[in-house]
Design a protein around this ligand. Structure first.
Ligand code: TEU
Ligand code: CA
Length: 559
């Protein structure tokens, strides 16, 4: 494919929690500018910036009231321009977060739309009459609780919101609305933006029949078959590519809950001119129970290996994979897939990084992942900020589906605030994130886990990530080598190869706290170890090569 970003690594910044420069307890753009040299040192080349646009922050910026103004709490457009110029001076590119499945209900389009049935912006949103009995048009559940329909007294109709009621869905059937979106995208691209991460972009085309779905335990019905990967989604993305992206050298990734591999082939096939990559949710959904992430169950390494292998093989020569363990919606990588215990935290973090970064695709590092930040456990729901967790807590306990303790346990494991506690810069008060009162509490383990400590220790996870990012630039086999899984049925190790011409990259990772043995045909004594989280060379016994708890190696050898 040979795209400019093909051997790059992306770093996601969640601005609210990254760095506060003016003491109001909220991260901001000038705070990001201050830390750009840190990101340069890590070696990443692209920053995915979660939304910084004007927003009432019902969903922390994923509810946009003005796509071309900067959120008051984050600063000004001048601040943004200064950050962008400094980033480009350092050779860092910025991917903006494009949230166009919905706007805020405070966007002037929606204010005009709800004003009257004859407003010229009425059709920018999705308005339906009540059912004859006054009920909402469908009984679909919204992602953040309640119904997807909100009744508007003024015009006697319901509007659709798949997320919160302050996030009305845009009507992509309306061409004028689409053209306004494309122009907004071009305005940002003309400011030097390198591309977009596109929020729930596979939700923009709805089934025009609006049928009811299957009844769920919550009493609502599941509308997801009728708004994910809908009938016109590819038409819209082709039109968007032609109208807004084709004139620029962009990088794009579509965030796509419920996307299948077959659909992803269509979204990312280069000749279809839609998107470069997608974020799929198969691995982050591992262990989801009957109430999804709120009833998390154990997951098996064989399941994870099957998922990664399906995507590695499925998109090979067809599309391109995004690679991630975490983001602002997911728990912290080490807590989710590694081992939180102090003795294993760093080592399992390096093991996870080896496993992911040696795969084929573009790695995404979520802020704090590179220093091994972990999940948090606040005492009370009052300490949490994410409307998804708060609404679920009240709805599921009120319906008697989960007890308060069960709900808190689920929030500890899978709540989005796990990823949104302030970036831990130092062991100073509030982890050096702010001199004010942070908008959400800092994880108390900041005294041990912070950037200052990580930069001072050459064996820290930070330098391990730096090395992985550099290896991707140095070795073609990491970028283009064919993936091949070994030992598919083992529940303890994830072993795979990358093959290019006569070279083999052999990746060995132990996902357990046991000492295990892998009987490999290869003679590793003749191999080059590119990276390992061990301090000693790998040992061989009569049963094979020994992997210590959470041990990881990447060897380069010849066929
Ligand atoms: O997330 C889409 C999405 O599906 C999330 O709701 C995620 O699956 C869920 O939170 C996991 O529990 C995007 C943004 O990343 C998220 O921050 C927004 O809240 C959401 O869309 C609405 O814009
Ligand atoms: Ca601030």
């Amino acid at each position: 494919m040979g795209k400019w970003w093909q051997d790059s690594t992306v770093y996601q910044i969640y601005p609210r929690s990254f760095n506060d420069s003016n003491g109001d307890g909220i991260g901001d753009i000038n705070g990001i500018t201050e830390r750009l040299p840190y990101l340069k040192q890590l070696g990443i080349e692209i920053i995915w910036l979660s939304p910084v646009y004007q927003s009432p922050n019902d969903d922390n910026g994923y509810d946009i009231s003005d796509y071309e103004a900067i959120m008051d709490e984050f600063g000004t457009m001048e601040d943004y321009d200064r950050m962008s110029a400094e980033a480009n001076r350092l050779g860092l590119k910025i991917m903006m977060d494009l949230v166009v499945n919905h706007t805020s209900d405070e966007h002037h389009w929606f204010i005009e739309s709800r004003e009257s049935k004859t407003s010229d912006k009425r059709d920018y949103y999705i308005w339906h009459n009540p059912k004859v009995n006054g009920e909402p048009p469908t009984n679909w559940a919204a992602a953040f609780g309640g119904s997807v329909w909100e009744f508007d007294e003024k015009t006697g109709q319901y509007y659709l919101h798949l997320f919160s009621k302050k996030q009305p869905d845009l009507n992509w059937e309306n061409e004028a609305m689409r053209r306004d979106v494309y122009q907004m995208m071009r305005n940002w691209l003309d400011k030097g933006v390198a591309g977009f991460r596109m929020d729930v972009i596979n939700m923009i085309s709805k089934d025009p029949r609006y049928p009811d779905g299957e009844v769920m335990k919550t009493g609502y019905t599941d509308g997801s078959p009728y708004y994910f990967n809908g009938p016109k989604v590819h038409d819209y993305l082709k039109e968007m590519h032609q109208a807004a992206l084709a004139d620029y050298e962009t990088i794009t990734v579509g965030e796509m809950p419920n996307v299948s591999l077959e659909q992803a082939k269509l979204y990312t096939a280069e000749d279809r001119k839609e998107l470069d990559m997608v974020f799929n949710f198969d691995h982050v959904g591992l262990g989801d129970g009957e109430l999804g992430k709120w009833t998390p169950e154990a997951w098996k390494l064989t399941e994870l290996k099957q998922i990664f292998t399906r995507w590695q093989e499925g998109l090979d020569q067809v599309g391109w994979n995004s690679l991630y363990w975490s983001n602002h919606d997911q728990p912290r990588a080490i807590s989710r897939f590694g081992d939180n215990r102090n003795e294993y935290r760093e080592k399992s973090g390096k093991m996870l990084a080896t496993c992911l970064h040696m795969l084929k695709g573009t790695p995404y590092v979520f802020q704090g992942e590179e220093i091994g930040m972990t999940n948090v456990q606040f005492d009370s729901i009052e300490d949490y900020r994410d409307l998804e967790s708060i609404n679920a807590y009240h709805e599921l306990t009120a319906k008697g589906l989960l007890s308060e303790d069960e709900m808190m346990a689920a929030i500890y494991k899978r709540g989005r605030d796990n990823a949104r506690t302030p970036m831990q810069w130092s062991s100073e008060t509030n982890a050096g994130f702010t001199i004010g009162e942070p908008w959400v509490k800092v994880n108390p383990n900041y005294t041990d886990i912070n950037v200052k400590d990580a930069l001072a220790r050459e064996d820290s996870i930070f330098y391990y990530y730096k090395q992985l990012i550099e290896l991707r630039k140095q070795y073609e086999i990491i970028v283009t080598g064919r993936y091949q899984l070994l030992y598919p049925t083992r529940e303890d190790v994830y072993v795979y190869e990358r093959l290019l011409d006569d070279q083999v990259l052999l990746v060995l990772t132990n996902f357990t706290d046991d000492v295990v043995s892998v009987d490999l045909a290869a003679d590793l004594t003749k191999a080059t170890c590119l990276i390992t989280n061990e301090t000693e060379a790998i040992k061989q016994t009569e049963t094979g090569y020994t992997l210590q708890p959470y041990g990881a190696y990447a060897f380069l050898l010849n066929n």
